[in-house]
Design a protein. Structure first.
Length: 566
């Protein structure tokens, strides 16, 4: 639910901080007082588009901040996780939206920056706003199948997922077949070139890392004489001419002779020089072995240079590295295999396509049969809801068509909501409804059903009771009150019948001070509610009679709500 909301410098609102609670909230006030700005603020929090015009004149920026409390396991937490946004352990969610006077917008969720698309994906799980022109969304026939499937998700959710996977598999096979058909002519033209390239690269028999090994071997062979000469001279310097080891051996002998005379200082030196002698002797043997194994092989050097030239030529044609060349070889081998076996591959894909289509069609028919049953249940529930809203003689039907030759990711159904609001009239599309009051009640009936399903915690009705009065207005009020047990309901209304049924009543008032306009929001208590209801009943003139009537309406509303809860 929405716990708090702060608004600053938004249109005619300079600063307001609102606290909300569970149940049914109404916002009332004179026309033009700024009631819609509260809804605009919620729209912005839910990811609606911003505009510089929304920033209060003379201010650098406007901001809106909302605090929500959402239970664990709600789908919004998965959406937040996908966006990389941390969620605290107290199930609280803070959304802040800033709009500059230049029209730039910044959004944060729990302190983390998020783009408008991300904010909207979160907002769709938090707030659902319905205006007096909201019926336009009901007129979108392409959305009716979504409403139907949402209603019947428990019954068809797994079947629909199975169908979608099968449809995607079928689509992928179709795509592969189409690509094969489209590329077959071009591929045939490339056949000789691919064969030559495969033959050339296969004959080269490249190995990963081979060029580095060959370059190292070439360097040794190219410098064999220098390596031999230096190794030989190094060995001779250690062992030859009475120098090197002979000299160090004499040093060891001399130190050993005098070591007993000062063992504390000389004995460590004896050991150190002896160690140097043995290390130098070992190094000399290794140098000798290295010298004796140096290879002088001009033929091998020529072969290496030719191999490296071949590899350099292949890199110029096929890739910068041996790995790139081998990857290219693998690719054209597959291309060549596809070309040479094109007919067989096409036959196999066509067979797979036929089999996949059979599966898809079978699942689509099962899905359609399930939707037929769900449609009957949905229509019955909508009729029952409309009956509560004093549209007792209204007929409602969820019409389902099926075309096996026009399958989509949602199946083969075309779904449309049809209605007949008056006896004797045929069922027609929702778009043919003339009365705004009827449209509002149909929409409210739908939301009364779907509020139990879609798990959106905040539901907003912006003057949806326009064009409604009398018993119908009272029915709408009671329906909103009942609906608020499933979610938090907000309504902008001009009808006292609706306002009196609320659990929280906010009065929006506009004042002028020093030629500046200000909007104030007051959370009305008992006396304030009575006075506002009296104003709504009697207009500008509030009399003892209207005050008494308002008190009576409020008392009756409380009694009705008590009965509804019992």
């Amino acid at each position: 639910m929405l716990l708090e909301m702060s608004i600053k410098n938004l249109a005619v609102i300079e600063s307001v901080h609102l606290y909300f609670r569970k149940g049914f909230h109404v916002l009332t006030g004179e026309t033009g007082a700024g009631k819609s700005i509260i809804i605009d603020a919620l729209t912005l929090i839910a990811g609606g588009r911003s505009s510089a015009d929304l920033v209060r004149y003379g201010s650098d920026k406007a901001y809106i901040e909302a605090l929500f409390q959402i239970e664990k396991g709600h789908p919004v937490w998965d959406t937040l996780s996908e966006l990389g946004i941390d969620a605290d352990s107290e199930e609280h969610l803070i959304i802040r939206r800033e709009i500059t006077s230049q029209g730039k917008s910044t959004s944060r969720i729990n302190g983390q920056l998020v783009n408008l698309t991300g904010l909207k994906s979160v907002g769709e799980w938090l707030v659902n706003i319905h205006g007096q022109h909201e019926h336009q969304s009901l007129f979108r026939v392409d959305q009716h199948i979504r409403w139907l499937d949402l209603f019947g998700d428990n019954a068809i959710g797994s079947l629909k997922q199975e169908y979608r996977q099968a449809f995607q598999d079928y689509t992928q096979i179709r795509k592969s077949l189409k690509e094969l058909e489209e590329t077959s002519k071009r591929s045939l033209q490339m056949l000789d070139l691919y064969r030559f390239q495969v033959e050339e690269l296969t004959a080269a028999d490249l190995k990963l890392g081979e060029d580095e090994l060959l370059a190292d071997e070439k360097r040794k062979l190219s410098n064999a004489e220098k390596l031999f000469q230096s190794a030989a001279e190094s060995y001779d310097a250690i062992y030859g001419g009475g120098q090197g080891l002979d000299t160090i051996g004499k040093v060891v002998q001399k130190l050993q002779d005098i070591a007993p005379l000062d063992s504390d200082k000389l004995q460590p030196l004896v050991e150190q020089v002896q160690s140097a002698f043995y290390q130098l002797e070992d190094a000399a043997y290794q140098i000798r072995d290295y010298r004796d194994h140096i290879e002088f092989n001009p033929d091998r050097l020529d072969a290496i240079e030719q191999r490296l030239d071949t590899m350099a030529s292949l890199r110029r044609k096929y890739g910068e590295t041996t790995a790139d060349i081998l990857a290219y070889l693998n690719k054209i081998q597959q291309e060549l295999e596809m070309i040479e076996n094109k007919d067989e591959k096409m036959q196999e894909l066509k067979k797979q396509q036929e089999q996949a289509l059979t599966v898809v069609r079978s699942l689509a028919r099962r899905l359609s049969e399930q939707r037929e049953r769900i449609a009957e249940r949905l229509a019955a529930e909508i009729v029952a809801e409309l009956r509560d809203l004093h549209m007792e003689r209204t007929q409602f039907k969820v019409q389902i068509g099926f075309r096996e030759d026009a399958l989509t990711i949602d199946g083969g159904n075309q779904v449309e909501f049809l209605i007949s609001a008056n006896p004797g009239e045929p069922l027609r599309s929702l778009s043919k409804i003339a009365s705004g009051g009827e449209i509002s009640r149909v929409m409210l009936a739908l939301k009364s059903i779907f509020a139990r399903i879609d798990r959106i915690p905040v539901l907003v009705f912006d003057e949806v009771d326009t064009g409604v009065s009398g018993r119908a207005a009272q029915a709408i009020a009671e329906k909103m009150s009942r609906l608020s047990s499933a979610c938090q309901v907000f309504s902008i209304t001009h009808l006292p019948q609706v306002a009196c049924m609320s659990d929280a009543h906010f009065l929006i008032q506009k004042t002028t001070n020093d030629e500046r306009t200000f909007t104030h929001v007051e959370d009305l208590q008992q006396e304030g509610r009575i006075h506002e209801l009296a104003r709504m009943l009697g207009g500008v003139e509030v009399t003892e009679t209207t005050l008494h009537h308002a008190q009576e309406m409020l008392d009756m509303a409380n009694e009705k709500k008590a009965r509804m809860l019992s």
